[in-house]
Ligand binder design. Sequence first.
Ligand code: PLP
Length: 395
Amino acid sequence: MSIISDSLKRIKPSPTIAVTQKARELRAAGKDVIGLGAGEPDFDTPENIKEAAIQAIKEGDTKYTAVDGTPALKKAIVEKFRRENNLDFTSDQITVGTGGKQVLYNAFMATLNKGDEVIIPAPYWVSYPDMVLLAGGKPKIVKCDEKEGFKLTAKKLQKAISKKTKWLILNSPSNPTGAGYTKNEIEDLAKVLLKNKKIYILSDDIYEHIKYDNFNFFTIAQISKLKDRTLTMNGVSKSYAMTGWRIGYAAGPKDIIKAIGKIQSQSTSNPSSVSQAAAVEALNGVQDFIYERSNAFKERRDFVVKSLNNIKGITCLTPNGAFYVFPSCKGFLNKKTKLKTDTDFVQKLLEKSNVAVVQGSAFGLEGYFRISYATSMENLQKAMERIKSFCESLS
Ligand code: PLP
């Protein structure tokens, strides 16, 4: 009999972390690998945030805190929702965890019974299905086509709903495609959800601030009749270049928030006290950083999209948020190239040209690959030249 639990056997390690690790190993072995796999900003955390953390340490802010967040951080989160999303919450509708990842994991553990279904539009962030499986639920994957901008339509949503549907996950702007849902698109989905009154919505807004071309961010809890059925998750990792600090949060119905806190109280307890103090400064301090960095990301996005579309056999949509693009490599999957799948394509690209990207199938949609452009222009220029030469060598 195996020592490993049955529930763990249902899941696999994160493929994006695996690619980053593989690139790291190849680099350590002396290979000149360019890693375009990582899902984190290459910028440093702003100085005012670091200073707040140093101050917290000096003032002895180094003890256990309330399990699901300090009053100061909850207050800052309440104000953030009011200021940026026009949403009113009270502190007991807020929970803080060790990254958005923990908040999502806790939410599924707190709400899913065996066989409950969770609608996950694909391409999706790699962790959703595995978290659902670990919690005993059933991922219901709905493939969203490139011609629909990789976004879920009302028609597809309606078709995916069953008596067992408990959650719908929405992620805008999206990892891995960068696609952001417009207000109209969210309203269309909302019409279906208003008819199906038992379904809860998990809105993952972690890329809210990384957006381009005057894209107007809109989150589904802003539709007042759905607010009571929505858990809105966000965090400081991406917006404030604070991935290592591990602070994520969510706002929503009190019963779910309380249940999430109960799980946290028996697993990790509070997120780091110092990181929470830093997150207060991130949310309350000057916000200029966000807009400056978005401009830098935009320049990279434009360069990458243009370079990719100049390669014969590759097509790439222009995303309006996050720091990913999701080009198609279907043009190279044929007998002549001897590449059958997107996994073959990315493996060959790494082997032959030392560029690490992640296959689309890891995100639930075959025939594509994800590039993270959260790296320097210099790296991106080199990477695009290598991808071009690689593709030319295939045709
Ligand atoms: N949601 C999405 C879509 C993400 O891409 C990530 C990180 O990659 C997270 C949530 C979790 O971020 P964190 O745990 O750093 O807050």
